[in-house]
Design a binder for this molecule. Structure first.
Ligand code: ATP
Length: 643
């Protein structure tokens, strides 16, 4: 069995079939793997591979090297997962081969799922006991870093479901465990206790929690001598472009200075973990003066004075440096360049396997959007809310089924919402032109009148604690925007939807405000059934609930989440980093793996907000969305309820 990478020369059954596209760009090695993922041919080169979405594979998971017990569990627990995707057919053997891998594919295409299957199929590492030579001490072989704890819980849930159906002799705790912070009582203490009692093969953790054990507990759980992670073979970082900071792409020398200062003082936890594992002798010129060789010896394994970790020689790994796998749907070429420029993290560029399901060569915007967003099963809608609480469709949106956006362009003034980004923020006294007359639906008191929902269901409980805490304080949110969410939710959502707020937004307060509007809202927390836990397994998109649920999360806590029955994702306002990639990640919560879904952006034409310096500015969110839709080649669709 061989797996192959599409290239100018495609190999099928040993025969070379020339391909004209894509032209050679970045040369990497083409590898052929045998069943256990061993590299058997490393000589040929190919561009950064491009696999079309509908490329079929005739291989099974077992052919790729996934262990028989996992295949057995998968068959029973996930009957819909019958065959690996073309990308899984490439990256699962690549991960099993022990080489470094850079993985990029559109959101919801099965990257994380495939990585988990590969990690579970890796052989377990053991150390020999010093007291009894025959006794083997199990070690942690793989570490999977996720950006937030709910994703870690979701991955553990996948593993648990597969494990329960697999009749594997070991218990779940010795196969995989999570290591996350937060919760009350603290998840971290509980996780750490469990880890110390039973070392699992795979630890799924957030960067902060993993860094804490590397720093605080190196010799029992961490990477230090005697630590149960000393035999680490694979380090996987999911959503890597979100977890590692890089110098801004078009930054000037001041940005460079700012970036360097930030790296010295506050490197992100993921960067510190990578340095600790792969760059033991890395110099950070810290503000308190340079360290010298004696300082290095004297402080081995201890944090620097400024709180950052310096690398310590990891003799425990010996020559077996852990394999590094980095994955994301939006790992752009510039970010990859930055990763390679770090030198010590990844192996030499030609030894890194780069696998991509997206066109790397400049495709048209529409092709890129379709690939990044996982196909055409996703509908994008934009609702514009004004100060009077009126809601109307984004003016350039097309009627459902009409893909020709040009037809609807004539409806609005030409310069209304597609401009350059400078137009987006204006001083309060320089108000942008009025939006003009449009089709408007007045929903100012929509929810007060029942809002199209059965009144019995519109009554939701508000706890006394929340009433006491929030009842008398003004809301930091725009209630007009929330009314637009509530109205769309009541009219359009059959079962479950997700509302995404900015990273720092107070989620509990948002839930309180939404419940006041009659929405059955909960903060996302996968450990609790009604807060999202009940939606981890597919119930079926045809199910219409009597009382649909709106889960509320922030930009920081929705990355990578996979709730199969999610039909709508609401994005409130403009993301704080103003990046189109952030929109792509939010949108990627629906329409996953070919399922259908709607992304509803709620934008305010004249949003007033205070800057950090206390100055009031007015933001035209419509303008940003105009730029963003144009930039990513997405064509929004009208929502019939508001026309
Ligand atoms: N081979 C397969 N066949 C059918 N379904 C699959 C297959 N692989 C994964 N899936 C399903 O696809 C869904 C999305 O998977 P996953 O979360 O791994 O995607 P992802 O690419 O990591 O997404 P994101 O970029 O948002 O993190 C899951 O519900 C999973 O069960």
């Amino acid at each position: 069995m061989t797996s192959f990478v599409l290239s100018p020369t495609l190999r099928v059954a040993g025969r070379r079939i020339p391909r004209r596209w894509p032209p050679p760009q970045v040369l990497i090695q083409l590898r052929h793997y045998n069943k256990i993922g061993k590299v058997i041919n490393q000589k040929e080169t190919t561009p950064f591979s491009y696999i079309q979405k509908d490329t079929k594979t005739s291989e099974t998971f077992a052919d790729l090297g996934v262990s028989p017990s996992i295949c057995e569990g998968l068959r029973e627990a996930y009957p819909n997962v019958t065959k690996p995707t073309a990308l899984q057919a490439q990256f699962i053997p690549a991960v099993l081969s022990g080489k470094d891998v850079l993985l990029k594919d559109f959101t919801g295409s099965g990257k994380t799922f495939g990585l988990v299957l590969a990690l579970l199929s890796k052989p377990r590492r053991h150390a020999r006991s010093r007291t009894y030579a025959q006794e083997k001490i199990p070690l942690v072989s793989s570490l999977l870093i996720t950006p937030h704890r709910d994703l870690a819980f979701q991955i553990l849930h996948w593993i648990k479901t597969i494990h329960e159906s697999s009749r594997h002799p070991e218990n779940l705790a010795s196969i995989a465990q999570v290591l996350v912070r937060g919760g009350s009582p603290s998840y971290f203490d509980e996780n750490l206790d469990k880890l110390r009692r039973t070392p699992p093969g795979l630890v799924v953790g957030t960067p902060q929690a993993v860094l804490e054990i590397i720093k605080e507990d190196p010799t029992v759980v961490g990477l230090g001598k005697g630590g149960m992670m000393r035999g680490l073979e694979t380090l996987v970082i999911d959503e890597v472009d979100y977890l590692i900071e890089t110098m801004p792409k078009n930054g000037d020398k001041y940005d460079r200075l700012k970036y360097e200062r930030m790296l010295k003082k506050h490197p992100s936890p993921t960067r510190q973990i990578l340095d600790f594992v792969y760059a033991p002798n890395r110099e950070y010129r810290i503000p308190h003066g340079r360290r010298d060789a004696r300082d290095f010896e004297a402080n081995e394994g201890k944090p620097w004075r400024d709180g950052t970790l310096r690398g310590a020689p990891r003799t425990e790994f010996g020559s077996k440096r852990p394999q590094l796998v980095l994955s994301s749907a939006t790992m752009r070429a510039y970010f990859r360049k930055c990763l390679i420029a770090e030198k010590t993290w990844l192996r030499k560029e030609e030894d890194v396997i780069k696998i991509s399901g997206q066109p790397d060569i400049k495709p048209t915007k529409e092709v890129e959007a379709r690939h990044t967003l996982g196909g055409t099963s996703m509908v994008h809608c934009g609702l514009v809310v004004n100060e009077a609480g009126e809601i109307r469709n984004y003016r350039r949106a097309a009627v459902a089924g009409d893909t020709d956006v040009k037809a609807s362009k004539t409806e609005g003034t030409e310069n209304e919402d597609v401009g350059n980004e400078d137009q987006v923020i204006v001083d309060s006294d320089e108000k942008p032109d009025s939006e003009g007359e449009g089709e408007v639906t007045d929903v100012g008191n929509f929810m007060a009148s029942g809002g199209g929902v059965d009144n019995d269901h519109a009554i939701v409980d508000i706890s006394e604690k929340d009433e006491e805490e929030f009842g008398k304080k003004p809301s930091p949110f725009s209630l007009n925007a929330f009314e637009a969410v509530a109205a769309t939710f009541a009219l359009d959502v059959p079962q479950v939807a997700l509302l995404v707020l900015s990273t720092e937004a107070p989620v509990r307060r948002a839930v309180y405000d939404l419940r006041k509007l009659g929405v059955n809202a909960y903060p996302l927390d996968l450990l609790e059934s009604d807060k999202g836990g009940a939606y981890l397994l597919q119930k079926g998109s045809h199910v219409v609930s009597d009382n649909p649920t709106l889960l509320v999360a922030t930009l920081a806590s929705m990355r990578g989440m996979d709730l199969p029955d999610l039909s709508h994702v609401f994005m409130l306002g403009v993301p704080e980093d103003r990046s189109a990639d952030t929109y792509l990640h939010v949108a990627g919560r629906v329409g996953r793996f070919g399922r259908r879904g709607k992304v509803v952006a709620i934008m305010e034409a004249d949003r007033r907000r205070a800057t950090k310096k206390g100055k009031e500015v007015q933001t035209n969110e419509v303008s940003w969305y105009g730029c963003m839709y144009k930039a990513i080649g997405v064509k929004p669709t009208r929502m019939e309820h508001f026309d």
